[in-house]
Structures are given as C-alpha cells and as structure tokens.
Design a protein around this ligand. Sequence first.
Ligand SMILES: C[S@@+](CC[C@H](N)C(=O)[O-])C[C@H]1O[C@@H](n2cnc3c(N)ncnc32)[C@H](O)[C@@H]1O
Length: 580
Amino acid sequence: MKFLDANIPSSVFGFFENLKDLSLETINPRLLSTCGINNFFSTQSEVDELSNTILAKKNVLNEPDRGEYGDFQTNRELSDKVCHLLKEGNTSPEIIIEPTCGKGNFIVSSLLTFSTIKYIYAVEIYKPYVWETKFAILSHFLKNGISNLPKIFIFHSNIFDFDFKSISNRHQNQGFLIIGNPPWVTNSKLSTLGSKNLPTKSNFKKHNGLDAITGKGNFDIGEFISIKLLSLFSKQNGSFAFLVKNSVAKNILLEQNKTRFNISNLKQFDIDAKKEFGVSVNACLFYCSLNGEPQSIIKEYDFYSTELIKDYGWVDDKFVADVALYLKARDIDGKSPFVWRQGVKHDASKIMELESINDHYVNNNDETVIIENDLVFNLLKSSDLKGDVVEASRKYTIITHRKIGQDTNYIKDQFPKTYHYLLDNIEYFNRRKSSIYKGKPMFSIFGIGDYSFKPFKVAISGMYKTTLFSLVKPVGDKPMMLDDTCYFLGFDILIEAEITRFLLNKEETQNFIRSIAFNDAKRMITKDLLMRIDLAKIMRNTSFGELKSKIENIRIEEWISFRENIEKKELEKNQQLVLF
Ligand SMILES: C[S@@+](CC[C@H](N)C(=O)[O-])C[C@H]1O[C@@H](n2cnc3c(N)ncnc32)[C@H](O)[C@@H]1O
C-alpha cells in the first residue's frame, strides 16, 4: 500500500484506519504522543490524501530512477548490527542525527538499541522516503510501545542547504551520534547525469585543472557530507558512524593531517557491499569518537567477525596502508633513482589495438587491417604481466610517433597504408574527450618517449593485486610496448633489468610495497608509489651471493657496474637537492 509514493506498513495503515477524526489539529498531537514526531503532517491536504488512500486502498506509481541520489538503502538487519556494535563500544547517545535518512532504518534501529535518546534530527531530499521514515517510526512505537519517547524532527530538505549548525549550537555538551549512510555517487557521475545534486561549491578540495584531468578532482558526495559534518560536530561530545566506500574513509584520513579534526578512536569495519547493497565496491562502517585529541591512524576490522585486519594512516608525514608492516620496511621509503613510466595511452583501442590472425592484423572492430609493419609493435596489457619473464604478446599496437607532440605527417609519405588506415578511422581520434589531445598532431598518442623504445623493461600492472615485477624482453629487434594500465623501467642492458627485477621482487621491497599499497584502490600500484622505492638502499642491503643464487650467469663486474651507476645517480640526486 502506498501513500504519496511511500510504502505504508500494515500496522501504520491499521492505525490510521482506526482513527475517527482525521483533521490536522487532532491528528498531529495524537502522533506526537504516539511516536514523538513533530508536525507529522504539514497541511490538511496531506491528511486528506491519506484518508483518500485509506478509502481507495490504492497503489500508485513505480519508484523512479534515483541514480543521482546515490540511493542504496541500508537493510534493517545491517542498521541493527551497526547500532549493536556501537552500543557494545559504549555509545549511548542523547542526540541522533541522520543527515540523509532515506526510509529511516538507522533511526528505527537507534530507537530499538539506545534508551538514552532525547532528540532525533533527520533530513531527506525525497519526499516519499520522508513519509516512509515517519511511518517506520510510528510503526516502531505501535509495535514496541513507549519506553522512551524522544523529540523527533524529520525534515524534507536538501542536505546541502540544511542548517546543522543551529542543531549543534542547541545541544552543547550533550552526546551526539551522527549516524547514517550518505549517498554513494561521485561528482563526475552527477555531471554526466546532468544532476544538480551537488554542494554549491563543489571544488571543495580545491583541486587544480590537472587533478581534474587525472581524476584526483573526482570525489564522492558521501565524502563531502562526512567532511562537512565532521567539521561542524568534531568539537561536540559523541561519535560518528557512517557507512561509506572505503575510499571515503581513506580520504577522510588522508585529509586528517591537514584538517586535524578532533576525532579519535578511529575504526573502519569492512562490510560485504555485494551482499548488503548488491554492488561490487569496497565499503565499510567508518567510526570515530568526537571531541578527542586528533588522531590519524585508523584500525581496520572485519565488520562481521570484528577481527582486527590492520592499522593504516599517517606515520610521521607518510600515509601508509599497513602501519606494522611499514615500520619494519620504512628503511627503503625514499626516492627511486630511476623514473617510473606509464605505458602508451591512445584512447582508441577499437582501431589502435590489433591481433595477428593468419598473417594479417585484425582490429577490435573485427576488421582486417593491411598496413606496413614498421609502426606496429607488440603490446602488453596488465593481464599479460604474469610470471618472471614475458617474451610474447597477444596484442599489437600502432606507435604513431616517438615523442609526445611530435608531428605525424611523416606517416603519409613513409607508411602510406598505415596513414590511410588511420585517416579512414579519424573519427576515433576526433572523438577522444580528454583535453590532453587538444591541439596535438593528428593520431597523437601519450605515454611515449625514448624510454618506450628501451629493449628491456621491468614492469608491473597498476590494476591487478599483484606486487611482483616481470621482465619484458623484446620480440626480435623490436621492443615491446605496454599499455597505460602498466608501469615500467626501461633498460638497454639485459643484466641491469634482471638485477632491478631481483631487487624489486626481494622480500623487503615486497613488504614495503604492501605496506603502502591500498589493495582496495582501483589502481593499487601508482607512479607515486613506485617512485618511493629507494632502489639504492635495497641495493646496498643486497649481497652478490644473494643475486647469484637467483641470476646464475651474473658476473661480479656486472654487479659492480650496476652499483656504480646507481650510486652516480644518487650523487646527482643529492647535488640537485643541495642546489635547489
Ligand atoms: C545511500 S542512501 C541511504 C539512506 C539511509 N541513510 C539508509 O541508511 O538507508 C542515501 C540517501 O540520501 C538521500 N539523498 C541524496 N541526496 C540528498 C540530498 N542532497 N539531501 C538529502 N538527502 C539526499 C537519498 O534520497 C537516499 O535516501
């Protein structure tokens, strides 16, 4: 049964059905004394609508698409479990704030769990959910009777306009619990939906244009709401408990060494979002105590078993994924003597990625491609970087120039078939949205330079959960290319690549990488992370004997020459530091 698009529980329906007087003046006080909600109905016409619904027992309208509202309602079992967990941790709130209350499950669970509540404030933008919340609360009191009747205010409002400050001011020195599950949607998703469900100043982290291009300017609305509420309430007594994506919890902590919110006792309880919400995303209950000494390390637990997984956060000025592991491995946290590179980026895989079938190439549109071999190179993707040594590839790609921004007109004269193929498919290049391609020569690609043409590479995937490095060898006299999901170092001499791979796959390096890599991030390995591996230190901790046990044919002179080369780079690095 629905009223104004809201589902009415049968107990609530029965309650209204049995009321004799359905006028605003009598019904609102009656509801206040039954369930504590102030101004349950705002107008007589709402009450009339309800009586019509009761008369007609009608069902109306299906629920609309609510993608822009990041609408993932928390099931009652989960909201109950969250409240129990909080109670076991000695939470006993007087004021509950549910900033985006949806159908109200967190409010009902709080009413069931905490007997200390005096006030409840909830906000929701979607009117039918405001009704469902009111009905759910009424139903709770009809079922359970009244042992404690808080004052309850349910606001139909946009959180971005809502005045939380006056609530904070009204309840100085009382114990708050800010609880809920803010919308799961990002600002970039909202902009593709053309939605205005955004804070008015959405550049809240003050990202620059480049960050917007690389995706760092993208943030979750849940993150904005969490930060806003923490900034308003962190000096109040009480606690904060939100279901959020793990990335939101991590970002709150990332900002914590700047924001220094008065939050302590930080905990992250990982939930199974597939089971709870039907979505494949890493999510958790983010918890902290308010009005404490600012802390910037969080304890991560499994929500269901409450087993401790690890601590992560800030160790001095370094943000790390596993504090205990990092403390053991921090010795090699420094600066790489080599510059890590990302593979080739073209954003036109339909026509730029080829396979070789029966002696000719076929593109990702299943079209036969007859072109000169000169600009065609073997291509490795993240999924191909398995095992110690990679010597062959499934795919090929066309390398249109040797340096970023280099003119591509030469292709017309030197490789006419390739030129015609590219020109015939020009719309794939023109369609590329990224601003990096703007004003660049025709068929431009990125992630290309002298380093791409080094014959030997030590490479790792950014997308997979492996931290091991592979050695990539050339095919014939041509170097293999990697795509932009991979990172690599390029070498002219095979033994140098072999030594580097050995150093990177050593246990101490692997521990260090695991201590700073977040395995729930979309890109677990990043260039920033790789640039922190101080290969010089690892090298100094390595003996020739260790190397020899893995690389049998290595000669001592080769090891000495490699070491000298790295020490020289170190010297250059340090001299630069002195100069600047
Ligand atoms: C992830 S759901 C969670 C709902 C509820 N907190 C729960 O735990 O079940 C997010 C809720 O935020 C609401 N919402 C989205 N944008 C909002 C806004 N700008 N102001 C207030 N509520 C909003 C949605 O309608 C939805 O009910």
